[in-house]
Design a protein around this ligand. Sequence first.
Ligand SMILES: *Cc1c(COP(=O)(O)O)cnc(C)c1O
Length: 368
Amino acid sequence: MNGQARSGAVLSVDLDALAANYRTLSTMAGPGRCAAVVKADAYGLGAGPVARRLTEEGCDTFFVATLGEGLALRAMLADDVGIFVLNGIPPGAETEAVKANLVPVVNTMGAIERWRREARRQGAPLDAAVQVDSGMTRLGLSKEDVLTIAGNPDLLSGIRPVLFMSHLACADEPSSPANMAQLKAFRGLRSLFPQIPASLANSSGIFLGREYGFNLARPGAALYGINPVPGADNPMRPVVSLKARVLQVREVGEGVSVGYGHRYRATRDRRLAVISIGYADGWMRHVDLGAIHGKKCLPLAGRVSMDSITVDASGIPPDRLREGDQLDLINGRQTVDAVAAAAGTIGYEVLCGLGQRIAREYVHSHGN
Ligand SMILES: *Cc1c(COP(=O)(O)O)cnc(C)c1O
């Protein structure tokens, strides 16, 4: 409760819903296994509590983006849990990565060469995930690089390739021909290294069909309740809710202007509530969504400030809305995806943007 009293807003993470989502994704990704992507502090939810709960569900492989995230996660997990670093290990930090048993995703010939050098220093082979570019044109070895290695396997000597992976660019658009094109390109490159376990699908990729599952799926967003199939019903359980405290309730008459730029003007008597969340918490200025009180939606009244928003609470009797009450900003009705749509962005950015000033609490809904 301490953290909550100190902060104006609380992000509640339902660990049982998270676990249920992991089970759903594991089943769908089968017969291959299912990892969990916990980069960016598990999309803002808290990598430690999220990863610990998922290990209880049998998840033994995690992906982070940076070395720093990997080191922090290792301190919270057992030594034998697999942690892959998607952006690789920066030059000079290889030994530190080995000490923490972190496995780099090697994306370039240079990264492979540096990891081989580290293996020589260690006098033992080192695990690595080899990422290939199958059409996204972001990270990963080119087709030419892959052919070069296939023609000269010594280029991998000292490295134990434990994963052959690639990433999909358009998985959230099931009708995009880019998905099949990437699948074909990935299959072609993979056929040169058939003995290495393969991984292609992110959250949305799992929903493209079993052929995208390979040996290991890598969901992030869907674990956290973001809809992996935009446009269709969300198959995932909601995991997060966000509440913020009412700081002040005020009655205003017709003609009274509110907030920066006086962007809101009361056209009749209104009851307003000022709530403790703002753009410094990641509640974006473009979000044209207010709060929820019980079953009522309270529209935004004016601009989002750095530390507060004001909503029109005229529909709530004064004795039902008091200073100190909590209002919902994200819940099962006003979902992460709905907030994102109102802000012209995606659920990923909404979650990742929620700042450290917001307290995190971990709850158990039990229901499956
Ligand atoms: C972030 C990321 C994922 C997870 O993607 P989601 O869409 O959140 O499931 C998987 N693989 C790679 C390479 C990533 O960068």
